[in-house]
Ligand binder design. Sequence first.
Ligand SMILES: Cc1ncc(COP(=O)(O)O)c(C=O)c1O
Length: 706
Amino acid sequence: MSLSLSPPPDLLKIVITGASGLLGRYLMCHLGQRHKVVGLDRNLADFGHPGRWICMDLIDDARLKKVMAKENPDVVIHTVAKVDVDGCEKSPREAFCINRDLTRKLVRLMPLRSKIVFLSTDQVFDGRKPFARETDPIHPINVYGKSKLAGEGVIRKSGKPYLIVRTNFFGWSAGRKKTFGEWLVQSLRQKKPIRLFKDFYFTPLYAGEVAERVGRLLKKRAEGTFHLAGRDRVSKYEFGQILAKTGRLPFSPTIGGKLRENRSLAPRPKDLSLTPSKAEALLGQRMPFLAQSLKAFLRDEHRWGKKSPLFGKRLFAIPYARQTISPSDIRYVKKVLKSDFLTQGPEIERFEKEFANYVGSKYSVACSSATAGLHMSAMALGVGPGDLWWTSSNTFCATADAAQRCSAEVNFIDIEWGTYNMDLGLLEDRLKQAARKNRLPKVVAPVHFAGNPVDMEFLDKLRRRYGFKVVEDSAHATGATFRGEKIGSCRWSDLCVFSFHAVKIITTGEGGMVTTNSAKLYEKLLRLRTHGISRDPRHRSASHQPPWYYEKLELGNHYRMTDIQAGLGRSQLSRIENFLRRRREITKIYDSALKSTGLELPKTTRSANSSWHLYVVCVPETWGTRARDQILGKLRNTGINANLHYTPVQAMNYYRNQAPRRYFSCPLAEQYGERAISLPIFPGLKKGEQSQVIKELKKCSRPFQI
Ligand SMILES: Cc1ncc(COP(=O)(O)O)c(C=O)c1O
């Protein structure tokens, strides 16, 4: 065992990678009480523990280098690893990439003088001999063990002061992937019959105890390899028994199993027990018995586990959008789950009626997504080879894909600046030209981008003059109005398609709705949603056919929504006005806070009321070509998951490669794709979170404002 002279052990600057992972959090909490800790994690997850957090991905070399130079840590504790043993076996390349190569990069980019602490595993041993010591021969038998051993090798060869800790721990996950300990507690509480191996041994330690021992090893300036393990060598079955006894939980339904019954992919060493005597000798402290560790684990449930108020806190600090699910939504969905129908039941029709009522259309057809709704709409209108389908360049690909699926030809109209909707003046020019060439579109599909309606009255005039059909893509616009009419009323269109994807105004998880005032289109949509099948007696080929007979009339799809989704949709629809009010409030705050930043704020259509699905700001052209990417990148690095909606569809590989097609030029949509940023907006966005977005956005924009 060697002891180094530096760094000074009392107040260390410590950087912890994987800080919101299972052990990372315990380390942040424990070491943060004494030292200056900085947690790095792809998912910003401030669980209220001491220390600072930097939201970043370790694969970002440039940023990692900068962070290391700026923080100049005395110690770097590297907990990031691919630990899923079967997953490693399935993807060995990924396992080595994370467990070895990432470690190598970290070591290269951290300051020369800093010490590296590497969290390794008992799986570096082959498990033939109990109580492995640090000096014992090492023969990993699975990819996980091999890749971690390779990581250890990188550390040893780095020439840096290092500490390698081999351990096997359990703890609370705070709402991320459920750990073995959590699963076991839950299963025992629920009296679930579970199988635990009787012939697989280990010496587990509670994660809090590992964190505490790592702190002590740092204090002692320990260097080299150490085993941190509990005093008891137990099988998984015995672990369960002791946990049940300690927590006074029922153990009886648990069944003992054998490792050879394990159908997992990776070979597992049979005995992973470690001897921690080297660490015990240095620290002058025995390791705890398992019952003590489990007692601490159970005691900490309120602080770390499901009972903690911080459990399941959002991992990405501020997403750009998020669903709002209330207890009443859950209650309603439960009710549907207990009912006779999970699909093709009464909830669908109820939801359709209520939705049609809400938007003011005669009919509505629920479907599995807006993508499905757009495809069905194109089919219902008879769009086929040789037909033209025009849409906005600034949209999600599904608006254009609908026509592709029908083998029609798609083209894109450029946008007007400010609303970023299809430029209807330009559309008129294109229609005039097309009329001269006798190549008018069969369908124009406007998109109410961000929830802000297109001028439907003007579009309707063009529709009458040029005879095309209108399919509104209203994926963003549930609840929006134009001239006092709800989008979806189809007063100025043939069909209108909504999305209920999780981030939309209301959600059914996935889902969509098509509205129309045409009985013919309605019937056609109903059929297209269900395989092109009809039970209508009028459609039978012979009158004597029995009542259970149905006819297939055309090639349809399975685009149905389930009753479970429809139940959620109904419950959400009953709260839509609250959602819209909150979105409008958020918009007002952005409008007033950002007006002096120089950023271009969104404009709305005259006589329209947007549903504000998105709030998009554009970086001024004068700020330079890289300004948007830098601002967007910085926001994301601080945990604000701002986004881009959209890169012009025709610029994407699939559409670009549709040679020899020539699309209309869309210079504004292209510019927009390089200058736009969608800021977080959703009903659950807290005032403090929005202030943080504004503060960070102002901070990131400042260098460009001069
Ligand atoms: C404008 C637009 N159209 C269509 C869709 C497709 O919606 P869905 O995910 O419900 O298929 C989306 C989805 O984001 C969209 O934004």
